[in-house]
Write a protein that binds this ligand. Structure first.
Ligand code: NA7
Length: 492
């Protein structure tokens, strides 16, 4: 199998790479590096299985809110997707299969969490937790965005006597069917869980702090006949990929960064969808008071139907505390529960941390990012030579295909790696001036985006700035085409 055009082996094929993380983007980086002829690529993974988010999340109803035929590696089309938005386990199997097919899976160093990476004397010294330091020339972090679960800061969480877990740590040893289930949160995750379990629970108490806009998106099955047609004529898959990417880029991707007409269309679709909720009181409770798409837009044409079932209660009273038998709300009521699920999101701004990264002159990434996570075009940081990030700060992560984004970022990184591999430079890093300029432009452009319309969401960092790409997708494609070497410091 081949992912790249034929290329001559790099002059320095012996360069040593540490790829940190074996999720979607780490698998990609490892495959592409090996294809490019590099022989010394170590892949570190803190868990015992690969797959990142698609390994961690196994909750009922899990699917990706990006169509499957565009949520795949460009070099590995998959004719077998079962739905337009295929279930999570299928995505994990896809990643796993690709990693096996390309010989990556067996080479991953599992259960190896990198605690520290230090730039010292022209090399990276990389130290796993409780392990020996190893030397690398180049570090690529592929540590994901939504990785570490956040549990709600509600008094008494530990007092609950039934099963209690985060949505990303679903405990399948407890059957929820016929039980009284409490579900905290109404993000994409909780909406999918509600749609999947409402019919078969004894009772679902859905604790909503903030209502969400929900755009109705159908999720039809891809029939065996359609799959067979894709198998027979793989070009159709490429056409489908282009079609889906194009449609998204010209509609939603524009809506969130200032195209008012497109945003109005999305808003109308959401409002009409909300109007299908029959009970006026329930409809009122489900009505957001902020701009559509300010929070990550929820895609579902089943949630409103399911939340109207007799088995579901939408609880909007503030949660006061959690007790051994259930959740006590501010009106004094105890919502008795058999199990409690926290679909309360992730630490979206940690990137590779708590891993300690020490750059030139002992300067740490923690210091560099003490005010805000800033990078040059999401992939590199000044004073951290030969250090590259997949899906770093300000990557376009809102309802896009993150696989497509990772591939573009990797192509960009690879062009910088080539400078080192060809012997032209030993060290590559962005200049501080270029990085500041880029971040200033981001800040200036952010005022036109929907994410600053006055809602709280995981897109916002601790300063309230969206950690997002504030321009359209074409600009991202353009900026990822080729590095402008004037923005880099190359040391021969
Ligand atoms: P999100 O989108 O971060 O949603 C978390 C939800 O949990 C959201 O509704 C929060 O309400 C709610 N929450 C968080 N803390 C509390 C407390 N303390 N009390 C009550 N409710 C709380 O996470 P998801 O897992 O749903 O989705 C993450 C991404 O995964 C998603 O966007 C896709 O990219 C895939 P809030 O709105 O903050 O009031």
């Amino acid at each position: 199998m081949s992912v790249a055009e034929d290329r001559a082996a790099p002059a320095r094929a012996d360069l040593r790479f540490a790829v940190i993380g074996a999720g979607m983007s780490g698998i990609l980086a490892a495959i592409r590096l090996e294809e490019a002829g590099f022989r010394n690529v170590e892949i570190f993974e803190r868990e015992s299985k690969l797959g990142g988010t698609w390994r961690d999340n196994t909750y009922p109803g899990l699917s990706c809110d990006v169509p499957s035929h565009v949520y795949r590696y460009r070099f590995a089309p998959n004719p077998d997707w079962s739905y337009r938005f295929s279930p999570g386990p299928e995505i994990w199997e896809y990643l796993n299969r690709v990693a096996h097919d390309y010989g990556i899976a067996r080479r991953v160093r599992y259960d190896t969490e990198i605690a520290r990476a230090e730039w010292d004397d022209g090399v990276w010294k990389v130290t796993p937790k409780g392990g020996e330091t190893e030397i690398f020339d180049i570090v690529i972090t592929a540590t994901g965005v939504l990785r570490d679960p956040v549990y709600p800061d509600i008094p008494g969480l530990e007092d609950f006597e039934g099963p209690m877990f985060h949505s990303a740590r679903w405990d399948h040893s407890h059957d929820w069917r016929g039980k009284r289930v409490g579900l905290i949160g109404t993000g994409s995750t909780a909406i999918q869980i509600t749609s999947a379990i409402a019919k078969e629970v004894g009772k679902l108490s859905l604790f909503q702090r903030t209502p969400q806009w929900v755009v109705p998106v159908e999720n039809p099955e891809i029939t065996e006949r359609e799959r067979e047609a894709l198998r027979k004529d793989p070009k159709r898959m490429d056409d489908l990929y282009e079609f889906l990417a194009d449609r998204f880029q010209n509609t939603f991707a524009r809506a969130v960064v200032g195209d008012k007409e497109e945003l109005d269309k999305v808003a109308r679709a959401c409002e009409e969808h909300l109007a299908t909720v029959k009970d006026p009181e329930l409809r009122r409770k489900l009505t957001p008071d902020y701009q559509v798409a300010c929070k990550r837009l929820i895609m579902s044409d089943t949630f409103y139907r399911e939340v109207q079932r007799d088995t579901v209660e939408l609880v909007t009273e503030k949660i006061e505390r959690i007790e051994k038998n259930g959740v006590r709300t501010a009106d004094g009521r105890l919502h008795e529960l058999d199990m409690l699920v926290c679909a309360t999101g992730f630490e979206a701004h940690k990137f590779m941390r708590p891993m300690e990264v020490v750059g030139r002159g002992g300067h740490t990434l923690e210091e560099e990012w003490s005010e805000a996570n800033r990078a040059y075009r999401s992939v590199a940081v000044p004073d951290f030579p030969n250090f590259f990030m997949m899906v770093g700060p300000n990557s376009p992560i809102g309802n896009f295909s993150l696989i497509m984004i990772s591939e573009m970022q990797f192509d960009f990184i690879m062009q910088l790696v080539d400078r080192i591999a060809s012997g032209e430079a030993r060290e590559v890093e962005p200049t501080r001036e270029a990085t500041n300029r880029f971040n200033k432009a981001i800040q200036d452009a952010m005022v036109n985006t929907v994410w600053v319309a006055g809602c709280s969401s995981w897109y916002l960092d601790k300063n309230g700035n969206p950690a997002m790409w504030p321009w359209d997708f074409e600009r991202f494609e353009r900026e990822m085409q080729a590095p402008d070497l004037k923005d880099f410091r190359l040391v021969a």
